[in-house]
Design a protein around this ligand. Structure first.
Ligand SMILES: Cc1cc2nc3c(=O)[nH]c(=O)nc-3n(C[C@H](O)[C@H](O)[C@H](O)COP(=O)(O)OP(=O)(O)OC[C@H]3O[C@@H](n4cnc5c(N)ncnc54)[C@H](O)[C@@H]3O)c2cc1C
Ligand SMILES: NC(=O)c1ccc[n+]([C@@H]2O[C@H](COP(=O)([O-])OP(=O)(O)OC[C@H]3O[C@@H](n4cnc5c(N)ncnc54)[C@H](OP(=O)(O)O)[C@@H]3O)[C@@H](O)[C@H]2O)c1
Length: 537
């Protein structure tokens, strides 16, 4: 009988390369995984080894991300990333919201693009076209760069937030089917806002979730918009594209929102002269007529009226339709099999045309009770109730930011968690915009909601925001913090989240007897310990 001798460990990194034994064996293992054992492998020269080492150390990258601030413009973020490896520049190109819409956080999305396990460069919804453009150009740079592998980047076992091939409904790449049950408006007539409480039945999907998670929704475009586009193309509803009616493809498969660069490229191919120049300029991110920000797909076709790309080429030039995420506003423990959202309908007018936010208006008006849709649960990363049910919590959620906190409160009620609960809610006007007022008042009466602090921004002559209310009750807030309370913030990422953090720093300085620097360090430490968590968008 032939005795199989185990293969000797593959020695790719030479003994003379400047690594510790541990580093050498890790790198050997890493490269052994990359190359087929059937291939002849030439050990790296000491110079190549050194180049890898440089990569392993991150090309002088210190691992810090000073650009990780969602309020910082792209140009400033890219400036801070100058001199860093391409994968780090890719991270700086992301919108820095860690919102999870791409299926990763900002760091992990950049790593998987750099290690080429994710080919889609257009998944950063809040970053929009400018992020996609920057990623494309960095990717081209990466392709041209000499093949020095950045070991941590290439080896990073960064998986999508949830494995795509797993159970349906656990990632954007493998949605489950839910049934739309109902909607009701949570602001009263007279409000400047239009916000809906939306309910789904999850029994068919068999999905569960924990409070703090978000819900991904695959919406369909507006039929009126689709039909206008079909008319602009001079096509018919039944025109076939890849074996499907064009109308169906435009309704469900492609984004009709910002016109992508590829659409302008296509237009430049099928037109000439000044039109062609203009389309080329738009395709490369220039704004020749100062209207680029307003050009959705229909507006682009109207701008180049008379240009009629072939429907097949047209569809190919569009981006796939992306799901949208919403904070879950219900608790599985309180209402198993049911899930609710709190959704502000996005509607605005540009020129003479009404524009509709895709998913928010789909939920507000285009889906009917009993209809089904594709959905998934996006697990929260670092946003959830404290493990100890006795821990007091302070929740700050103006506008739709209340969504996860309604869920927290229902969960604490269902699980009889004894911890104290304090909610800061604010919106425009007390008369029209006090979402869930009956529920919240009942929770207050029952003692579940220990404190309810409200801030109405348009009731008085001066704006008054949640952080103004926080400052008013700063001493009590500090006492809760001193008792170990966890702080949660949800809602607007651009302004509110920063202003609330500033208020917390000021309260810490004033009532915690600290200098501003010490107070900043205290709040940073709360974040590090998971006692200050944000879900902002
Ligand atoms: C983790 C997470 C949780 C979220 N939770 C909630 C939630 O609980 N409730 C909620 O309502 N939303 C929530 N959102 C936001 C939500 O995902 C969508 O972004 C939002 O509903 C808009 O999507 P849409 O498809 O309706 O609009 P889109 O079709 O995406 O259109 C929105 C875009 O329209 C443009 N736009 C909007 N208003 C104007 C204007 N006045 N003028 C010009 N352009 C404009 C902007 O470019 C904007 O990005 C959350 C987002 C994340 C990432
Ligand atoms: N991507 C999208 O298209 C989309 C869709 C929906 C919501 N959003 C964003 O999601 C967030 C939530 O929207 P929403 O409709 O729930 O409510 P919102 O617009 O955030 O308003 C809620 C309350 O917050 C107040 N506010 C404004 N600036 C503030 C600040 N710096 N600090 C504290 N409070 C502040 C508002 O006051 P005033 O308005 O009176 O100043 C209002 O009273 C917003 O950023 C909104 O733009 C984005």
């Amino acid at each position: 009988m032939n005795q199989m001798t185990p293969p000797a460990p593959l020695q790719i990194i030479p003994e003379t390369a400047p690594f510790s034994q541990e580093q050498r064996s890790w790198l050997n293992g890493f490269f052994a995984g990359l190359v087929s054992l059937d291939n002849a492998v030439t050990p790296l020269s000491p110079e190549q080894g050194e180049a890898v080492m440089k990569g392993a150390a991150g090309d002088g990258d210190d691992g810090e991300a000073p650009w990780h601030d969602q309020t910082m413009p792209l140009a400033e973020r890219m400036k801070l990333a100058e001199g860093r490896p391409i994968r780090r520049k890719m991270m700086a190109a992301m919108a820095q919201q860690d919102c999870g819409q791409c299926g990763y956080n900002c760091h992990d999305y950049s790593e998987v693009i750099a290690n080429k396990s994710e080919a889609r460069l257009n998944l950063c919804v809040p970053g929009g076209k400018e992020t996609a453009r920057m990623l494309k150009s960095l990717y081209e740079e990466l392709e041209k760069a000499p093949a020095v592998v950045s070991a941590p980047a290439a080896a990073a076992t960064v998986a999508p937030a949830v494995a795509p091939a797993g159970e349906p409904g656990r990632s954007r790449d493998n949605p489950a089917i839910a049934t739309f049950l109902s909607r009701r408006q949570v602001n009263k007539p007279g409000s400047e806002k239009e916000t809906w409480h939306i309910e789904f039945d999850l029994t068919q999907a068999g999905l569960d979730y924990v409070v703090g998670d978000s819900f991904g929704v695959f919406a369909a475009n507006d039929l009126g918009l689709v039909d206008q586009i079909i008319a602009m193309l001079g096509a018919s509803h039944m025109t076939e594209v890849n074996g499907k009616p064009l109308r169906e493809v435009l309704l469900r498969d492609v984004s009709l929102s910002p016109a992508p660069d590829t659409l302008f490229e296509l237009i430049s191919f099928v037109t000439g002269g000044a039109q062609r120049e203009k389309a080329r300029a738009l395709a490369s991110g220039d704004d020749p007529d100062g209207d680029a920000a307003n050009l959705d797909v229909l507006a682009a076709l109207q701008k180049f009226a008379g240009v009629r790309p072939h429907p097949e080429a047209f569809v190919e030039a569009l981006e796939p339709l992306q799901p949208r995420l919403y904070s879950i506003s219900s608790s599985h423990n309180a209402t198993p099999g049911r899930l609710s959202l709190t959704v502000d309908a996005v509607r605005y007018v540009i020129g003479k045309r009404k524009r509709l936010g895709l998913a928010s208006t789909f939920l507000a008006e285009r889906i009917n009770p009993g209809d089904t849709l594709g959905v998934y649960v996006q697990k929260a990363h670092g946003f959830g109730l404290p493990q100890d049910p006795n821990t007091p919590i302070i929740m700050i959620g103006p506008g739709t930011g209340i969504a996860p906190f309604r869920a927290f409160l229902h969960d604490r009620q269902a699980t009889r968690a004894p911890g104290r609960n304090w909610l800061f809610f604010g919106h425009q006007r007390s008369e029209y915009d006090f979402f869930y007022s009956d529920e919240l008042n009942a929770m207050k009466a029952s003692g579940l909601l220990t404190r309810l602090s409200l801030a109405w921004s348009r009731d008085g002559a001066e704006k008054f925001y949640v952080q103004d209310r926080m400052r008013e009750v700063g001493r009590e807030l500090w006492n809760w913090l001193a008792d170990g309370a966890h702080v949660y913030v949800c809602g607007d990422a651009k302004r509110m989240a920063k202003d609330v953090e500033r208020a917390l720093v000021d309260i810490t300085a004033q009532f915690g007897a600290r200098s501003t620097d010490e107070a900043i360090a205290f709040v940073a430490d709360l974040k590090k310990k998971g006692r200050y968590q944000q879900d902002v968008y």
